[in-house]
Design a protein around this ligand. Structure first.
Ligand code: GLY
Length: 343
């Protein structure tokens, strides 16, 4: 199976990575090729492409948002210089959002810019981060503070990379798929809502449909001067939640925070933007089903808790309270459900 989505400057190719990558390389000539990986993609993803890529220079960074720094770029650039990569070289970014954002940034600055291709290996990067040319690293604690817009020469998407992802990581990417339906394409939303168990979706087709939404938006507004801002639905509140969670010992995944952000911003859409209340309720009910346990996990990591139990200070009257009251996950879920109803 193979599908193609054409953007003005490059194509997104969906298909088995061995085939799409071999095709791309047969159509282009490069003096050298390097592949940027982390320990996970080195282990799980390199085996799928190494046959096509014999002789490529492997550059490894540690996984995680904390690695998206100038220091990592220094490591990437020195490895490229040591590997004698020149302006006619290619960089392949094999990984999730961090690898794609930072690898694309490093490639775009190296010798004033060399070709790079994105091979996104997480759901989040397949449906969102790899498409649209946003490249950046974090700086002085600010996310994506240093960067630029530059397009890859191709984005190669293979849903079979998702097989080694955890449920949590998949769920994180799923939030961006939900978002694409909500902001622009009701058919996607209706289909996802009707799925029952979202993990049983036709990944190939739904990833394709989701990327098409992103493509339509970034083609009209590549540099986010207007329409592209709709991709930020759920992100204003979601980023704040994500930043707070980052200071705990159980940070939320990006998509989990965006899941909560979309719940909150669905409410705001009712009060500020004319979204009918019953539509907001269906959004909230759906998101709550999928993302509630992430918020309970975050509560569990609160340093005020003891021995894995979630401890509350609760009222037993007006002007009267007690502390160290425990509650089960079911009780907390019920209280979140009630809060949503009241809201
Ligand atoms: N992830 C939002 C954007 O690419 O604009």
């Amino acid at each position: 199976m193979k599908k193609e989505i054409a953007l003005p400057d490059y194509n997104v190719e969906l298909g088995p990575i061995g085939t799409t990558l071999a095709q791309y390389l047969a159509q282009h000539t490069y003096s050298k090729i390097c592949v940027l990986v982390d320990e996970h993609t080195k282990l799980h993803c390199i085996p799928l492409i190494e046959e096509v890529l014999s002789g490529a220079l492997l550059i490894e960074i540690k996984s995680g948002e904390h690695q998206k720094t100038l220091d990592s770029c220094r490591h990437i650039w020195s490895s490229m210089v040591d590997g004698k990569m020149d302006r006619h070289s290619l960089m392949i970014n094999l990984g999730g959002g961090v690898i794609g954002d930072m690898g694309g940034y490093a490639a775009s600055c190296y010798m004033r810019g060399i070709d790079f291709i994105q091979i996104p290996t997480t759901l989040l990067s397949q449906v969102d981060a790899s498409v649209g040319g946003k490249l950046a690293i974090d700086f002085m604690g600010y996310k994506n503070f240093i960067g630029l817009f530059a397009n890859p020469s191709a984005v190669l998407v293979d849903p079979s990379f998702l097989e080694t992802l955890s449920h949590r990581e998949l769920r994180s990417g799923y939030a961006e798929m939900i978002k694409h339906g909500l902001i622009q394409n009701k058919e996607i939303w209706d289909r996802l809502l009707g799925l029952g168990d979202w993990r049983k979706m036709d990944w190939y087709e739904e990833i394709y449909q989701s990327i098409k939404v992103k493509k339509e938006v970034v083609t009209i507004d590549p540099k986010e001067s207007g329409l592209r801002k709709i991709l930020n639905f759920g992100h204003t509140i979601g980023h704040a939640i994500e930043s707070i969670a980052l200071t705990t010992n159980q940070p939320l995944q990006h998509g989990e925070a965006i899941g909560f952000g979309m719940m909150a911003e669905a409410h705001l859409s009712v009060t500020k933007n004319g979204l009918p209340l019953e539509k907001a309720e269906s959004i909230l009910n759906y998101l709550k089903k999928i993302y509630t346990d992430a918020i309970i996990g975050l509560m569990r990591s609160d340093k005020k808790n003891k021995g894995g139990e979630i401890l509350f200070a609760l009222l037993d009257g007006i002007g009267s309270s007690t502390y160290d009251v425990t509650a089960t996950d079911q009780e907390i879920e019920e209280c979140l459900r009630m809060t949503h109803k009241w809201m």
